[in-house]
Write a protein that binds this ligand. Structure first.
Ligand SMILES: Cc1cc2nc3c(=O)[nH]c(=O)nc-3n(C[C@H](O)[C@H](O)[C@H](O)COP(=O)(O)OP(=O)(O)OC[C@H]3O[C@@H](n4cnc5c(N)ncnc54)[C@H](O)[C@@H]3O)c2cc1C
Length: 462
């Protein structure tokens, strides 16, 4: 294995479970890629470098069968998965139970439930279908046909079903996870793919920081005889010890570099045409107190979407998609120490936040992000003890897969959804070389399903 992100570790586990001897080479000093925790600000405060909230981790068909709890993994759920503050000083919340959500969304509650209920109630059947390579022959054709009816619509089109501006704002925040413009096809599906697990399995954080998820995966891998060798960057596949198979938890651009002559010129051209998505501008804070939200409901949720109305969020995402920086960026914010005291000294707090920026941007968005938080939580800046600022180049220097700050391993528009990164999906032009990162189906997010499917294909062919 090259790379020990969640997909690399998932693939390593599948191979080791099948009885293969597995070695994982990891460039960085810590395993985990986008699933690591670090002291990014001041001593005593623990921050998630990459991912922080795990709807697809908790709902992953692969992770769910690994008994990671026995290896120290504990999901922590906030009372509400998500809060979305609005300018009138109130907040709309996404509640875990559809029933409670119906109360919270008022006249839109029933419409929301009708849209999502079939997939929430059948998450166990639905998750393996949507978290696999597409197109595929569905095992649950009726369920998938129902999803397909809305999946290709834009978020704006789907949101027209709601009567209330508050519900539309909530839906926009969910859709904005896609990095697509909210007028593009598939952006509606993303909103649904965020909301469905919120009701089915929750949006948990990890007790003790995200690193605990990586530790649990490494610990289980060790019981199967697999080992991770850190600080071991692979510059070329020819450097690797003798092997039957090599699976690469890297993105296409890196595969071209390390694959060298093993890959055909046609395949390399195909990889070279793979497109990366926008980047992120990431901030971490050590705070003296919880965020002073105007809307107290925001303290019930680990994740808060800061961006106001549907139209504002749509404008922010459209600007980024067009290579511009939004003056009022949509900010994804997580306040883990409210629910996991191990993240900060007693009474103190940590905050994780990012906004989307064009790929490779060097623009400092600090002022604009903080202005957005202050808009809904006046006095926020007075609570800041220390902050860490990571722009796309900083992120890429800490995890080579974050090309230009793209956290999803490549854009997910229709082309990159169906051919990710080529029609071969996990296979490459070399017989024993496979790709298993988020640049393969089903794409970004911490679920391990890219690694799982890649390893299964590799084993079958071996
Ligand atoms: C700031 C940020 C916020 C995010 N928030 C969330 C979130 O809240 N929830 C969520 O589900 N997802 C989130 N994500 C996305 C998620 O982290 C990624 O989609 C996921 O980590 C992808 O896993 P991966 O295994 O494909 O790649 P990665 O996790 O990026 O791992 C790749 C690994 O390969 C190593 N590597 C690369 N090249 C080489 C080489 N040549 N030799 C050896 N090793 C190499 C890297 O060092 C790295 O450890 C976030 C990501 C970031 C950066």
């Amino acid at each position: 294995m090259v790379g020990s992100g969640p997909n690399g570790l998932a693939a390593a586990i599948v191979l080791a479970e099948a009885g293969l001897q597995v070695g994982v080479f990891e460039a960085e000093a810590m395993p985990g890629g986008g699933v690591r925790s670090m002291q990014l600000t001041v001593p005593g405060f623990l921050h998630d470098f990459g991912s922080a909230v795990y709807p697809l981790g908790a709902g992953s068909p692969f992770f769910s069968r690994l008994r990671l709890r026995e290896h120290g993994l504990e999901w922590v759920h906030s009372p509400a998965p998500l809060a979305h503050p609005l300018d009138d000083g109130s907040a709309v919340t996404l509640e875990r139970e559809l029933r409670d959500n119906e109360t919270s969304l008022g006249e839109d509650g029933r419409i929301w439930s009708n849209l999502l209920r079939p997939f929430v109630e059948h998450w166990k059947e639905f998750a393996p279908e949507v978290l696999g390579p597409q197109p595929s022959i569905p095992r649950h054709p009726l369920l998938m046909a129902r999803f397909g009816m809305t999946a290709f619509l834009s978020a704006r089109t789907v949101a027209r079903r709601f009567r209330n501006e508050r519900t539309r704002a909530l839906f926009a925040g969910l859709a904005a996870h896609s990095f697509l413009s909210l007028d593009e096809p598939l952006s509606g599906a993303f909103a649904m793919l965020m909301a469905i697990p919120a009701h089915a399995v929750g949006w948990p954080i990890v007790q003790g920081g995200s690193q605990s998820l990586t530790k649990a995966l490494c610990s289980y891998l060790a019981t199967l005889g697999g080992a991770v060798r850190t600080s071991s960057r692979v510059g070329s596949l020819d450097e690797l010890p003798e092997h039957d198979l090599v699976l690469c938890d890297v993105t296409p651009r890196q595969l071209i570099r390390i694959g060298g002559a093993r890959l055909s010129a046609t395949y390399k051209r195909r990889l070279a045409s793979f497109q990366y998505g926008p980047g992120v501008f990431k901030l971490d804070y050590a705070l003296s107190a919880p965020i002073p939200w105007k809307a107290r409901e925001c303290l019930r949720a680990a994740t808060v979407h800061v961006g106001g109305s549907f139209d504002e969020i749509a404008a922010s995402e459209k600007a980024v998609r067009n290579g511009q920086h939004s003056d009022r960026p949509f900010v994804l914010l997580v306040q883990p120490a409210l629910f996991d005291p191990s993240r900060a000294p007693s009474g103190k707090h940590t905050v994780w936040a990012y906004c989307h920026v064009p790929n490779g941007s060097r623009v400092n968005m600090l002022e604009k992000v903080e202005a957005q938080i202050e808009r809904f939580a006046p006095g926020f800046r007075d609570c800041v003890l220390a902050r860490s600022v990571l722009d796309p180049a900083d992120l890429e220097s800490m995890d080579a897969n974050l090309v230009g700050g793209d956290i999803s391993g490549g854009i997910i528009d229709i082309r990159h959804f169906l051919f990710r990164p080529s029609w071969r999906h996990y296979a490459t032009s070399a017989k024993n070389v496979y790709l298993c990162s988020a640049s393969t189906p089903p794409g970004g997010g911490v679920h391990g399903m890219c690694g799982y499917h890649a390893a299964r294909m590799a084993l079958k062919r071996l």
